[in-house]
Write a protein that binds this ligand. Structure first.
Ligand code: SAM
Length: 255
């Protein structure tokens, strides 16, 4: 997969050189490039913002640097695909525009996006990007304004760090043991069960006895019950669309 991130603070994306995502880049599983939006300006001050039409507080990101930057990364991406001898599949790259006014980014979105060939992230700052950029970009990209949650950040970079990590770890070979992706929170509609490691007794607190029993059937049942209990306690909203038939019998009655 190829990922391009455009930002006025490219150094903000440095953590993507670390840990599993950094290793995936080194291993050639992920081609991730960060671009400075100011490199696509033409004036001496490398200006990327201006005052909003209609008045109001704050500044708005100017459209032309974005059009230049996005045109360049789309061309680079399609050049790579052609160079790699691809079958000529003309799938548009996906342009993700982080925004508190976007659709909610979820684990399901991460799975969907992990199937794409190229993702481009456009990090807004100030009051956001001139809306016409999103309209124009629809000719060249599948445009998806995407929110990390119902709160407001200063810029898109933190949202991109989170989204790239969530998507990147789903790419084949990035997480050493793919089994660990199966039983995670949000993989089947419930939160994950509690986990423990050695010692079995710590500061007067014991690991639940069933986990030491060696009885795999009982352990699986306990874990399923704990998933349900934890979800009901912390995120009851998730239970609304959940198929209760997959739960231990005692938990089903609660539906
Ligand atoms: N005026 C905008 C609004 O109210 O919708 C908020 C602009 S915010 C200060 C600046 C930038 O931070 C946004 O353009 C976006 O890139 C990013 N951002 C802020 N909150 C976000 C969120 N919850 N999810 C994703 N990106 C966010």
């Amino acid at each position: 997969m190829r990922i391009d991130v455009v930002s006025i603070f490219p150094e903000y994306l440095a953590p993507l050189e670390l840990s599993l995502i950094g290793k995936a880049r080194q291993d050639g599983l992920l081609d991730l490039r960060v671009h400075d939006l100011r490199d696509f300006t033409t004036d001496r001050h490398r200006t990327v913002d201006d005052t909003p039409y209609g008045g109001g507080a704050g500044m708005v990101m100017k459209p032309e640097p974005w059009a230049q930057a996005l045109t360049a990364v789309a061309a680079e991406g399609s050049g790579d695909a052609a160079g790699a001898g691809d079958s000529g599949d003309a799938r548009k790259p996906v342009l993700i525009v982080p925004s508190p006014a976007g659709e909610r980014f979820t684990q399901a979105t991460a799975h969907q996006l992990a199937e794409e060939d190229q993702l481009v992230f456009a990090c807004g700052r100030y009051e956001g990007i001139d809306e016409r950029v999103l309209e124009w970009a629809a000719d060249h990209f599948t445009v998806r304004p995407m929110s990390l949650g119902d709160y407001v950040l200063n810029g898109g970079e933190v949202a991109v760090l989170a989204m790239v990590e969530a998507i990147g770890r789903l790419l084949p070979g990035v997480v050493g043991n793919p089994e660990s992706l199966v039983e995670e929170s949000h993989s089947d509609g419930l939160l994950e069960y509690p986990v423990y490691t050695k010692p079995s007794s710590w500061r007067d607190r014991d690991v639940p006895a069933v986990l030491l029993s060696g009885n795999h059937g009982k352990i699986a049942q306990w874990r399923r019950h704990e998933q349900y209990r934890r979800t009901a306690e912390r995120r009851p909203d998730l239970l609304a669309g959940f198929d209760a038939g997959t739960l231990p019998r005692a938990d089903r009655t609660a539906f």
